[in-house]
Design a protein around this ligand. Structure first.
Ligand code: UGA
Length: 441
């Protein structure tokens, strides 16, 4: 099938590459000419395991092309995916400028039937707005060109996006048109052969499904973080509690890992946007507001623990920081807990020596050159001359460490672990003072 993807960001590139890989003729369009020029040379602007290879291989086989001309994109695909960004507005609602801009472009240039598919995470009711935007720009050509708008939210995790696209639990499609159902079935047939993963529903339910899924996952995290904080006060160990509750299949082990708060481009934005929508329709989502409040507070807990352990004395200290990305296998630092910690440390007059396997360049891009930040190229180099170690991200490379070496290298034998990577006994046996999340004081 001929498919166009508008927006060559994270979602657009993964969707384009995966659909090309199963044999579709895909054109990825972006208005950023520099980005498109790089993509045409096979340079992928984001770090996502396997994506660069997938893109190159499908470009070589001529199933995947890139263009900076939306007009060319509209001419190409029978299916027009919209995968552009929906950044939060100041009030937390999703900004639809780019989505509606693409809709108008499609309306202006289409010369025959098109299915317009919302892939971006958009508030409930956006498909109607897209429909209206396209209709408004047809300018009297309604009789010649027909179109449908449907919702097909993505459920891709950064770092596992290709796997999620290919082997995800479900493919949600919101439409009331039989024609669209048939075309979308054809589009996703290669991914739905072994088990029918297509779930057709009405457009608004599909739009809400995406937000409800992310809000539920964020709720699980804030819930376990709240239990972790409670465990600290009660002298319990949240890791044992996690095992205890996860063994009940109604609760399950997934997504109940306590930590220093959720980050990334999705959960914080989507929880805010859904809460905003709820207030707008007069049905305030009190739980969602609490999920956000708990998460914001959780991100400051590493600093609080550090301050307590160092008796409030952070000025002039050097803190080693392992992990900058909001989670492993990505270089993404959007809403990362590490950022809250770094900003609090700088405020308190401390210096940071940070190491991350992938996100150093991104950190440099965000904070630039500063005398109170040193980005180490090696994990253990970040420890040299530091007063304490704080772990913000559970990269695999941090799981196996020589605690004796850490104790010998740090000026002050203190480890604050925001991801509960170690057994407290092992760390403490090396003479280190160890504070994790929800495990004792
Ligand atoms: C999330 C969802 O998992 C995807 O299904 C969804 O498609 C995506 O948002 C989106 O809306 O596009 P992502 O933001 O890539 O994906 O990251 P996750 O792997 O879900 O992790 C989110 C955050 O939760 C991370 O900061 C992680 O450290 C934290 N987390 C996760 C915990 O603190 N505890 C857990 O048990 C699980």
């Amino acid at each position: 099938m001929k498919i166009t993807i508008h927006g060559s960001g994270y979602v657009g590139l993964v969707t384009g590459a995966c659909l090309a890989d199963v044999g579709h003729d895909v054109m990825c369009v972006d208005v950023d000419q520099v980005k498109v020029a790089r993509l045409k040379r096979g340079e992928v602007p984001i770090f996502e395991p396997g994506l660069e290879d997938l893109i190159r291989h499908n470009m070589e086989d001529e199933r995947l092309t890139f263009s900076d001309s939306p007009e060319e994109g509209v001419a190409h695909g029978l299916l027009q995916f919209i995968a552009v960004g929906t950044p939060p507005d100041e009030d937390g609602s999703a900004d639809l400028t780019h989505v509606l801009g693409v809709a108008r472009t499609i309306g202006q240039h289409m010369d025959g039937y098109r299915v317009i598919i919302n892939k971006s995470t958009v508030p409930v009711g956006t498909a109607d707005k897209v429909h209206q935007a396209v209709a408004d720009t047809l300018e009297g050509r309604q009789a010649e060109v027909d179109f449908d708008v449907c919702s097909n939210p993505e459920f891709l995790k950064e770092g596992a996006a290709i796997e999620d696209f290919s082997r995800g639990a479900r493919i949600v499609i919101g439409t009331d048109s039989d024609k669209v159902r048939k075309l979308m079935r054809e589009c996703y047939a290669p991914y739905s052969r072994q088990r029918d993963k297509l779930m057709f529903m009405d457009v608004r339910s599909a739009e809400l499904t995406k937000y409800a899924a992310n809000a539920m996952l964020a709720t699980k995290i804030s819930f376990i973080n709240e239990i972790a904080n409670l465990a600290e006060h009660l002298g319990a160990d949240v890791e044992q509690v996690r095992h205890g509750i996860g063994s009940d299949p109604r609760i399950g082990y997934h997504f109940i890992y306590p930590g220093c708060g959720y980050g990334g481009s999705c959960f914080p934005k989507d929880v805010k946007a859904l809460a905003r929508t709820a207030s707008e329709v007069g049905a305030p989502a009190r739980m969602l507001q609490a999920v956000e409040t708990v998460n914001d507070a959780q991100k400051t807990r590493l600093f609080d623990k550090l301050e307590l352990a160092l008796h409030g004395n952070l000025k002039g200290r050097t803190i080693a920081l392992w992990g900058l990305a909001f989670k492993p296998n990505t270089d993404d630092m959007r809403e990362a807990p590490s950022r809250v910690l770094m900003e609090q440390l700088w405020q308190a007059g401390a210096r940071i020596q940070a190491y991350d396997p992938e996100a150093s360049a991104e950190c440099h891009r965000i904070y630039g050159e500063r005398s109170d930040l040193c980005l180490s190229k090696q994990r253990d180099a970040a420890l040299e001359g530091a007063d304490a170690l704080v772990i913000c991200t559970e990269w695999k490379a941090f799981r196996t460490v020589d605690f004796d070496k850490i104790a010998r290298t740090l000026n002050h034998p203190l480890v604050i672990d925001g991801r509960n990577l170690f057994s407290p006994e092992d760390v403490e046996a090396a003479g280190l003072e160890y504070y994790a999340m929800g495990r004792g004081a």
